[in-house]
Every structure is written in structure tokens, then in C-alpha cells.
Design a protein around this ligand. Structure first.
Ligand code: SF4
Length: 647
């Protein structure tokens, strides 16, 4: 819509009736011009304001999406992706991003939608977004305009859901996004150091969509649209729902069975049991992780007092052509023009390509498999090239594709070679403890895509910045050669994580020797390419199994190899990962054996300081760590004995 036309339009005049009676007509007219300009540029975004609805001539939305992130219309932003997918299926969808939570005014500004309201905390768990591993408040929020913190509430899923209930009594409330997905069962919450109920109960929502939502959310919309009630939507794969009284679930619990393959639901230890007994918690974690395949998972039932949560099996992964369709949707690939400041997370993804979904690595500290699934899904080369041609024509593209990846870049195009076996396979990782012989590990499809991207007119550099699996990469010297030659901007980040074999075993990561072999291959490849390039290895401290003594060994390893990390990560127990179950219980759920866990925040800071042994800022704490570890003899070896003398 043209701005001058918009200012005269009755839609805008009616939306702001007071301006016509104002004693400052000029100021109000100026404000209307600005509003009209915003409207002119927002016409391709989904409606966020009453005037957007009016401009489309809609009197009511079908579906309203509430998001804890700023509104960025880009496929890397989950709420926007789901909203566009629903729009593609014929629904009128609106988006309210980062609403105020002290009243229902913001959340209700587009009116009551016809079918349901979808609630997401955004791309990250709201507690992880807000607090660090040391439980300190983060100074920025990459998913907010200008990186401004404090624009979403703690436990945003629960807060928004409660607001929606007040604003739209009786309307179905559907939870989705990472926060809801990973808190679908009773779970350990690091930030409150407590076991919490399934988020369904705190949010008092009707349904929860876990994992990637496309299949489930469209089924929900279609069935509500056909006149079914939300209470009838009890068997959609990828959803969970509450059972509010013993009458609704006792008979299901009685019919349950602990034997896989008999088609009966599996009864998990109750919320009360897992809260009171760490062994019961570890058992719940083992059972829930074992039932995560969309091909053979059973329904899960977990009592919470008189209520219970029912989980259907995960939804089937999207096929290549479905993924392609998703990425072809008319995303603006921009933040909403009403924001004055840039949303930092957009800068990271603006000129990058997500080509793969899911991960079969099974790292213990990562919940990607619990959310995106273990079955890797890849887009077609045509779809990727189509997106690149759009990017090249778009505003601000300087010739560099900053990433071509996903959770693990070099899993693109890989799959289990034995489809029948995959349908019954119960391994939690195709790579750990060793690469499965049924896994296709040919890097050819990924190389094919990278080569095609390098030839696109207007593309000068194609970088790979997503993580790569070293145990896969070392099997393909051709891939490492091209990676070093064309796709590394001088530095390549890799994640060996640790050097101690029992710690890597607890993490379900490959051995340090694998990293060393890869480093040699990469170094040779860089030399052949005539380039001086470096690996930037990531190290983690405080993972279950990792003690102060192990970190001393890791620091000595780094020193021996001349490695001076600039950043060291502290393990954060996020909901639902295997490592979080270990952290909370001190038990490895898969073996039932005890695992050493460091919970003291100061000792964890000391661990981190040890790995930063070369930086004088960290020497006092590193010395303290060596004393605590009973390794005082290393003071003077790993770090100097005292502060540097001033000259
Ligand atoms: S059989 Fe092997 S490759 Fe196939 S799904 Fe199982 S672990 Fe993965």
C-alpha cells in the first residue's frame, strides 16, 4: 500500500479516531504518515496489528501465534516458520511477538482467533535465553530488537498461555517451540534446581506439539476447522495432552506394559516418583529416550497426582519434497519493519542456508535429537539453489554465503542404508560408540551441493560454519580437501569437547584421537590448498563425568599441544537431554552406573579458569583450582607462581 494513500484510508483513520479530534493535527498526521509507511512495508508480513487485519480486509484470524522472539519472517525462526506453513494451508494467521505480560492488552489486540492460539517461547528456552551457566542474567538477548534483554517473561510458555486463557476464554491453546517440546514430561529445571511438572499443567494448555511442528499443527488446524473439538484430538503423532482426572487415565495405566513391541502404552514413573527418587528419574529418562523413534515409539503415560500427561509417538520426519515446499514459502527474510534496531539473531542467519534437519549423533548434552529427531532430513539441491538465487538478488548480499548446514553440516544427504532395519533400530546414535556399518557416510551429496553453490553467479565465497562431525569427516578426505580449500574462512570451529576418554564416553563423543587425526588431515589439506588456516576447538567443562582432576589433565593437554582457547563452555543442563538426567541424578540412565557430577558453581568457574591457563586474568582462580584438585605441584608449570612483577 502506498503511504500517501494509506494515510487517507478510512482503515487508518478509523484505527486512530482520536487523531481527528486532536488539537495537534500536524503531529498526528505525521504519526499517521509514519504508520502508513510501516504499513506499506509490512504488507507482506503476517498481520501483527489491527490495521494490518483491516488492510487485508479480514474481520477475524483463524489462528494467532504468540512468540517470545521478535517477529523475524525467516525460516530459521520457528514461530514464523509454523505461521507461514499454516498460511500455506489456507489459514488466516496473525503473529504477536514479545507481547507485554502485565495485561492482556497486547495479546488480545488482533481479537479472538476462530480456531486456536499457538504459544511459543521462541527459538530458545526462555530460562536459557535469560541466564548463563553460572545463573547470572545475560546482558543481551539475540532474539530481541537491539539485543535488548527483558522483553520476554521467565517461563514464557506458561505466562503467555495464562494470558491467552484470560483473553480468550474457552479457546484451544496449543503449545509449541523448544521450551514446550523439551518440557513435555516431568523434567529437571537447572535454574530453579528442581524437578518440575510437564509444562502442560503449569500452562493449563489443551495440547502440546513436540518436535518439528509442521505435520501436527496442520492436522490440528484441519480437524478444528472441520468442527472437531480440541478434546477429540488425542492421537495426533507429535502431540501430548493432559488427562485431567483418574477416570480418564487409570484404565490406560492398567492396560500399559513395559514390554516393547506389544502395541500398548508405556507407563512412566510418575512426577511424584521422579521428584522423590533419583533412580526413578534416571529410569524415566532411559525409557523416554528409548521411545523417540517415529517408526516404533510407544505412547507414553506419566501420572502427575490425579492428572496425567499422554504422549503420542513423534511425528514422521518431513520428506525432501515437503522440506523444499517449506523453504519455498514467501518469507520476507527480514525483521518486522516496526523495529528500530536490528535483531542480532537475524544477522547470523540472513545469508546462510539451512539444508539439513535432525541429527543421528546422539551427543548426551544435546537435545536436538529430542526436538528435530534422529532421522536426518535434507533439502534437494534444486531447492537450495533456488534459495541462493533469491539471496543473491536480495538486499545487502555481499557475495558470501555464511553457512551451508544445519545441526551437523556434513550429515547432509546421509541416511541409514537399511530402511527395514532403521524402522526397528533402537540405537540412540548411529555414530557412538562406533560408526554403524549400516550408515551411509558418503560425503558426495554434500560436496555436490557445495560445488553447485560455488558456481552460482554473484556468490564469491561459500562458508561452512555449522558444526561438522569429525568421525564422519575423517572418512572422506575429498570432503576435508574441499572444506579447507574453499569453505573455511581461515578458521574452522570444531568440537572435540574434552581429551579424557571417560568424559567423552559420557558425552557420547568420538575419542580425542579422532580430533587429532582430523587436525592432521585438515592441516595437510590446507597446505595443499596453499592456505594458512587454523582449527578453533571448543572445550567444555563440568559435563557429568568431568571432575576437576579431568580438567587439570585437559589443561595439560592444551598446554602440551600449544592450544590457547579463547572461549570455554560450561555445561548447562537443559531440559530433557541425557546429560541433564546424569547431572541431576548422578546416574548414567543408559547403564544405571554412577557418574561424577560437579555442581558447585565456584568450582565450575575454577575449572574454566584452568583451561584459560595462558591468560593472566584467570591465574588466581586457576591456582585455586590446582590447589582444590590436589595438584599444587603444577603451580609454576601450568600457571606462574604469583602475579607478574611490575617493572
Ligand atoms: S541401523 Fe545403524 S545406521 Fe541404521 S538407524 Fe540404526 S544405528 Fe543408524
Amino acid at each position: 500500500m502506498d503511504a500517501n494513500r494509506a494515510i487517507r484510508s478510512p482503515v487508518i483513520r478509523n484505527a486512530f479516531p482520536h487523531s481527528q479530534h486532536s488539537s495537534f493535527p500536524f503531529l498526528f498526521d505525521r504519526a499517521l504518515v509514519i504508520l502508513a509507511e510501516i504499513m506499506a512495508s509490512t504488507s507482506s508480513f503476517l498481520p501483527s496489528w489491527p490495521a494490518d487485519l483491516a488492510a487485508k480486509g479480514w474481520d477475524q484470524l483463524d489462528i494467532l501465534i504468540i512468540s517470545g522472539d521478535a517477529y523475524v519472517d525467516h525460516p530459521a525462526f520457528g514461530p514464523a516458520l509454523v505461521a507461514r506453513w499454516l498460511e500455506h494451508h489456507g489459514y488466516r494467521v496473525g503473529m504477536i511477538a514479545q507481547p507485554r505480560w502485565d495485561s492482556i492488552e497486547d495479546i488480545s489486540r488482533l481479537g479472538r482467533p476462530r480456531l486456536f492460539v499457538g504459544v511459543s517461547a521462541g527459538n530458545l528456552d526462555s530460562m536459557l535465553n535469560k541466564l548463563t551457566a553460572q545463573k547470572k542474567v545475560r546482558s543481551t538477548d539475540d532474539y530481541s530488537p537491539g539485543g535488548q534483554p527483558g522483553l520476554r517473561p521467565n517461563r514464557a510458555t506458561v505466562v503467555y498461555s495464562n494470558l491467552c486463557r484470560q483473553a480468550f476464554p474457552g479457546l484451544p491453546i496449543i503449545l509449541g517451540g523448544i521450551e514446550a517440546s523439551l518440557r513435555r514430561l516431568a523434567h529437571y529445571d537447572y535454574w530453579s534446581d528442581s524437578v518440575r511438572r510437564s509444562v502442560l499443567f503449569d500452562a493449563k494448555a489443551h495440547l502440546l506439539v513436540f518436535g518439528m511442528a509442521e505435520r501436527a499443527i496442520v492436522q490440528i488446524a484441519h480437524r478444528l476447522n472441520r468442527g472437531e473439538t480440541v478434546d477429540q484430538l488425542t492421537e495426533i503423532p507429535g502431540t501430548a495432552h493432559p488427562l485431567g482426572s483418574p477416570r480418564q487415565w487409570k484404565h490406560l495405566a492398567e492396560a500399559s506394559s513395559q514390554r516393547p513391541g506389544d502395541g500398548k502404552p508405556l507407563l512412566l514413573p510418575s512426577f511424584e516418583e521422579v521428584r522423590a527418587d533419583k533412580k526413578a528419574f534416571a529410569r524415566m529418562a532411559r525409557l523416554a529416550h528409548a521411545e523417540s523413534s517415529p517408526y516404533h515409539a510407544r505412547c507414553l503415560l506419566q501420572p502427575h497426582g490425579d492428572e496425567a500427561v499422554w504422549l503420542n509417538p513423534p511425528a514422521l520426519p518431513l520428506k525432501t519434497e515437503e522440506l523444499d515446499r517449506l523453504y519455498r514459502l514467501p518469507f520476507c527474510r527480514a525483521q518486522h519493519p516496526s523495529y528500530e534496531k536490528p535483531v542480532p539473531a537475524l544477522a547470523t542467519v540472513r545469508h546462510s542456508l539451512a539444508v539439513v534437519r535432525g541429527c543421528f549423533g546422539g551427543c548426551a548434552f544435546c537435545s536436538i535429537a529430542e526436538h528435530e529427531g534422529r532421522i536426518v532430513q535434507s533439502r534437494s539441491p534444486d531447492s537450495i539453489l533456488e534459495e541462493v538465487r533469491l539471496l543473491v538478488k536480495g538486499k545487502g548480499f555481499d557475495g558470501t554465503l555464511t553457512d551451508v548446514g544445519g545441526p551437523t553440516a556434513n550429515m547432509y544427504g546421509l541416511r541409514c542404508k537399511n530402511e527395514a532395519l532403521q524402522r526397528v533400530c533402537r540405537r540412540s546414535s548411529c555414530l557412538h560408540p562406533r560408526v554403524c556399518r549400516h550408515l551411509g557416510t558418503d560425503a558426495g551429496p554434500y560436496l555436490h551441493v557445495l560445488r553447485a553453490l560455488r558456481k552460482v553467479p554473484g556468490v564469491r565465497h561459500v562458508l561452512v560454519q555449522s558444526g561438522i562431525r569429525l568421525d564422519l569427516a575423517e572418512r572422506s578426505p575429498a570432503f576435508v580437501q574441499e572444506l579447507a580449500q574453499f569453505h573455511t574462512g581461515g578458521q574452522l570451529s570444531v568440537a572435540p569437547e574434552h581429551c579424557q576418554s571417560h568424559v567423552l564416553q559420557a558425552m557420547r563423543k568420538p575419542s580425542i584421537e579422532c580430533y587429532e587425526r582430523f587436525a592432521r588431515i585438515f592441516d595437510n589439506a590446507s597446505q595443499r590448498a596453499g592456505k594458512k588456516q587454523y582449527l578453533i576447538p571448543y572445550w567444555v567443562v563440568g559435563h557429568p563425568g568431568d571432575t576437576l582432576a579431568d580438567v587439570v589433565e585437559l589443561a595439560l593437554y592444551l598446554q602440551r599441544h600449544g592450544l590457547r582457547p579463547r572461549q570455554v563452555q560450561e555445561f548447562i543442563p537443559t531440559p530433557m537431554s541425557v546429560a541433564t538426567a546424569m547431572y541431576y541424578t548422578g546416574i548414567d540412565p543408559s547403564t544405571g552406573k554412577p557418574v561424577a557430577v560437579e555442581r558447585d558453581l565456584r568450582r565450575k568457574r575454577a575449572m574454566k579458569s584452568l583451561l584459560l591457563y595462558w591468560d593472566s586474568k584467570h591465574w588466581p582462580m586457576a591456582r585455586e583450582a590446582l590447589v582444590l584438585a590436589g595438584r599444587s605441584e603444577l603451580i609454576g608449570v601450568l600457571v606462574p607462581k604469583g602475579p607478574r612483577k611490575r617493572r
